[in-house]
Design a protein around this ligand. Structure first.
Ligand code: NAP
Length: 292
C-alpha cells in the first residue's frame, strides 16, 4: 500500500503557484486577489477561512477578509456580493458556508458573478463542468482528481464508485471521473437510498467515500488492490486533544489499508488539497483563464 500524501502534494502545488505569481508580477502583471466573506463565529468556518488567508500568503496572493456578525441580513450580504462583483481589483471571492438559517444560501451563491466564483458553486460553473467546458471546478473533487493524476493512478476504463451525492463533493466528483479525456472512468454513485452499496464498493478500482459517517467503509467493502480516497472529516470528541476533538474519516484506515494499493489518510489526505485547489482557481481568475 502507498500512502497518498495530500499535505506534501499541496505544499508542492502552492510552491508552483507562488513561482508563477512572481513571474507574473516580474512581468508587470497583478497579484491575484482573493476575498473571503465570513459570517458569524462558527469554529470550523473560522479555521477554514484562516487557513485560506494563510494559503493566499504562501502563494503570494493579495487577500481580503470581510466579516459579518451572524445577524447580518440577506440584503446586507447581497449588497456586499454586489460590491465584490464590481470591484475590479478582486479577481475571485468566496462566501464561507454554511450560512445562518435566515439566509438563503442558494440565493447568495447565484448572486456571485460566475466569473469570480472560485468555489465553483454557481450554476454556470456547475453546468459548464458537466458539459466539459473550461470553468472553476469545486475545490474538493478537483483536489482528488489532481491527487490521482500526480500519483499516476490510472482512471481510464476503471470502475469508480463514489459514496455521497452532495453538490460540492459527490456529484462534481462523478462528473470529473466520467468526463471524456479527464477521468474516462465508469462511475457509480451511491447514497442513502442505495440498496446495493456494499456490493458496488467491492467492484471498485477507485473508491471515493464522501458521506461524513466515521468508519463507514470496512475492509470487506474494498477490493484487493483498490485505490481508496477518504473525503470524510467528521469531528469526533476526544478528551486527549487540546481542541477536544479529532478528525475522523469515512474509512477504517487500519483494516482497509493492507488491502489497497493507494489510500489517503485523514487528516493529511484530501483536506490540504481542497484549499490548494481554491488557490489554483484564484490563480486562474487572476489570469482570466476561463472568463474575460
Ligand atoms: P453531505 O452534503 O452531508 O452529503 C452526504 C452524502 O452522503 C449524501 O449524498 C448522503 O445521501 C450520503 N450518505 C449519508 N449517509 C449515508 C449512508 N449511511 N449510506 C449511504 N450514503 C449516505 O456531505 P458533503 O458536504 O458531501 O461531505 C461529506 C463528507 O466529506 C463530510 O465528512 C465532510 O466533512 C467531508 N468534506 C471534506 C472536505 C475536505 O476538504 N476534506 C470537503 C468537503 C466535505 P443522501 O443524498 O441520500 O442524503
Amino acid at each position: 500500500m502507498q500512502l497518498i500524501d495530500g499535505k506534501a502534494t499541496a505544499a508542492t502545488i502552492k510552491k508552483e503557484i507562488a513561482e508563477e505569481v512572481e513571474r507574473i508580477v516580474a512581468a508587470g502583471g497583478k497579484r491575484p486577489h482573493l476575498a473571503a466573506v465570513l459570517v458569524g463565529h462558527d469554529g470550523g468556518s473560522e479555521t477554514y477561512v484562516r487557513n485560506k488567508v494563510k494559503a493566499c500568503e504562501e502563494c503570494g496572493f493579495t487577500s481580503t477578509l470581510v466579516r459579518y456578525e451572524a445577524d447580518v441580513t440577506e440584503t446586507e450580504l447581497l449588497a456586499c456580493i454586489d460590491r465584490l462583483n464590481r470591484d475590479a481589483d478582486v479577481d475571485g471571492f468566496i462566501v464561507q458556508l454554511p450560512l445562518p438559517p435566515h439566509i438563503d444560501e442558494q440565493r447568495i451563491i447565484e448572486a456571485i458573478d460566475y466569473r469570480k466564483d472560485v468555489d465553483g458553486f454557481h450554476p454556470v460553473n456547475v453546468g459548464r463542468m458537466a458539459i466539459g467546458l473550461p470553468c472553476y471546478v469545486s475545490a474538493t473533487p478537483k483536489g482528488i482528481y489532481e491527487l490521482l493524476r500526480r500519483y499516476a493512478i490510472p482512471t481510464s476504463g476503471k470502475k469508480c464508485v463514489i459514496l455521497g451525492r452532495s453538490n460540492i463533493v459527490g456529484k462534481p466528483m462523478a462528473q470529473l471521473m466520467m468526463q471524456k479525456s479527464l477521468g474516462d472512468a465508469t462511475v457509480t454513485v451511491c447514497h442513502s437510498h442505495s440498496t446495493t452499496l456494499k456490493e458496488e464498493c467491492r467492484t471498485a478500482d477507485i473508491l471515493i467515500a464522501a458521506i461524513g459517517r466515521p468508519g463507514f467503509v470496512t475492509a470487506d467493502m474494498v477490493k484487493e488492490g483498490a485505490t481508496v480516497i477518504d473525503v470524510g472529516t467528521t469531528r469526533v470528541p476526544d478528551a486527549t486533544r487540546k481542541s477536544g476533538f479529532r478528525l475522523c474519516g469515512d474509512v477504517r484506515f487500519d483494516e482497509v489499508n493492507p488491502k489497497c494499493s493507494y489510500i489517503t489518510p485523514v487528516p493529511g489526505g484530501v483536506g490540504p488539497m481542497t484549499i490548494c485547489m481554491l488557490m489554483l482557481n484564484t490563480l486562474a481568475a487572476g489570469k482570466k483563464e476561463y472568463y474575460r
